[in-house]
Design a protein around this ligand. Structure first.
Ligand SMILES: Cc1ncc(COP(=O)(O)O)c(C=O)c1O
Length: 435
């Protein structure tokens, strides 16, 4: 039996569950109950734009961590909140119980997910490609651009291997020159960053390609100002924003960026395997698709960059649910909470003799990643101490040769000031013992 394309998602969910061992009401109620809780919390705290304490304790209850496990490295990989996991497993059931619907029905919702993702970042659906991760998005753009021998591209000294690698490949294959612009470890102002890039532009420069969310120092690059600089000089600009979605209240229109890649499984709560690639309408025709099937030459929107072949649609349903979850709480409230927690951490670290902050204090130039080093204390020792004492996960980051070797702490919405204080206690204890 063919599934009519008009079948609503709700009707389909009912069909899916007919005959299954789990009762329909139990499964339908699963996520609805969770969202009712968030709505009730929102109403309770309507007056308060940055509710603390009870609100966020309740939000934490919507995750299913192991006993006492505290994840403060979701900058590498974040947890899925319960509704996202419920949805993911529900749609993986389709392949188990009825693969026919897996290829006939599930793909019909792809465009709805694309549209929701586009709205979430204030872009149009024509500007959004559904990738697997940030690395893939960056590769698709770099590989697809017609750059040639004699063209220069500017990157910074803080780039991730997933961003440097495809540029090095392009350098080898196309003769493009990739130039590293050196920013200071404790860069503190928008003018300093924009001025450093402006000074590096030559008549050969074609593009600025930079990290938005610097994984080593936690710096948030001033994309809006850098986009303005790039466009004033007739250059393209791309942002590696692996951590951006779910951490920052993103607005592609306001940022003015040409290309933007992000990984929703760090801060947004989506499962691994889904990624965002934004391509501004005006530059769509500058990028060739890479992983194609039929239709590559007729598709004129960003979907032409979607890697072709059978896709894992259950992941897209889960991404959709992660967007629902964040929308229900509110993007600006999330960004604000993340910055409040990071602000407290930075304030306490700044008061601690022997600590050197690598992350700017300015909330315009920083968000959920905080990095620092300690004079006389080993970063790896702090990672071990926090794991052993509190079952709390952070990571080391950076390199000694660049003066950036230290500890990186993520402050997502499911942690509280109590856990921030555990990190501070660890730092002070190690410094007291010069560990
Ligand atoms: C700044 C930055 N870019 C790129 C990546 C690669 O992301 P992914 O593995 O999701 O492609 C990361 C991973 O943490 C990152 O921090």
């Amino acid at each position: 039996m063919n599934v009519p394309s008009s079948l609503s998602r709700r009707e389909f969910a009912k069909r899916l569950l007919a005959g299954s061992a789990v009762s329909l009401s139990a499964l339908e109620g699963l996520n609805a109950g969770i969202y009712q809780k968030v709505t009730a919390l929102n109403q309770k705290y309507l007056e308060d734009e940055a509710p603390d304490g009870v609100y966020w304790e309740e939000i934490r209850g919507l995750y299913d961590f192991e006993d006492r496990f505290i994840m403060m490295n979701n900058g590498t990989l974040g947890p899925m909140p319960k509704p996202v996991f419920n949805t993911l497993t529900r749609y993986f059931r389709v392949q188990m119980t009825n693969p026919y619907d897996g290829y006939n029905y599930l793909p019909t919702f792809r465009e709805a997910v694309r549209a929701k993702l586009a709205a979430f970042i204030n872009a149009s659906p024509e500007e959004v490609a559904l990738t697997s991760n940030t690395t893939e998005g960056l590769n698709l753009v770099i590989n697809g651009l017609d750059l040639k021998e004699g063209d220069d591209v500017l990157i910074s000294n803080f780039e991730h291997p997933g961003h440097i690698g495809p540029w090095k490949l392009k350098e080898k294959r196309a003769g493009v020159k990739v130039k590293e612009v050196a920013l200071g470890v404790t860069t503190k102002s928008v003018d300093e960053i924009v001025g450093t890039f402006a000074a590096a532009i030559t008549p050969r420069t074609r593009m600025i390609s930079i990290s938005h969310t610097v994984f080593i120092t936690g710096l948030i690059m001033p994309l809006k100002e850098l986009s303005r600089l790039a466009h004033d000089k007739g250059l393209l600009i791309m942002a590696d924003s692996a951590h951006g979605i779910g951490m920052l209240d993103l607005d592609m229109n306001a940022l003015g960026i040409d290309f933007f890649a992000s990984s929703p499984y760090k801060w947004l709560g989506a499962p691994t395997g889904v990624g965002l690639l934004y391509v501004k309408k005006e530059v769509l025709d500058k990028v060739w698709p890479t992983i194609v099937s039929s239709g590559w030459d007729s598709t004129k929107v960003a979907a032409k960059l979607d890697p072709q072949g059978q896709r894992t649609d259950a992941l897209l349903f889960a991404l959709d649910e992660a967007l629902n979850f964040q929308n229900r709480i509110g993007k600006s409230r999330i960004e604000r909470r993340i910055k409040v927690l990071a602000g407290r951490l930075k304030q306490e670290l700044a008061k601690t003799p022997g600590v050197k902050l690598h992350t700017p204090v300015d909330p315009y130039l920083s968000a959920g990643l905080t990095a620092f080093s300690m004079t006389g204390a080993e970063p790896a020792k702090l990672v071990d101490y926090l794991r052993e004492k509190y079952n709390l996960v952070v990571r080391t980051a950076g390199s000694s040769s660049a003066g950036t070797y230290g500890v990186r702490v993520s402050t997502p919405i499911y942690i509280s000031t109590k856990e921030v204080d555990m990190v501070v206690e660890g730092v002070r204890t190690l410094l007291a013992h010069k560990a």
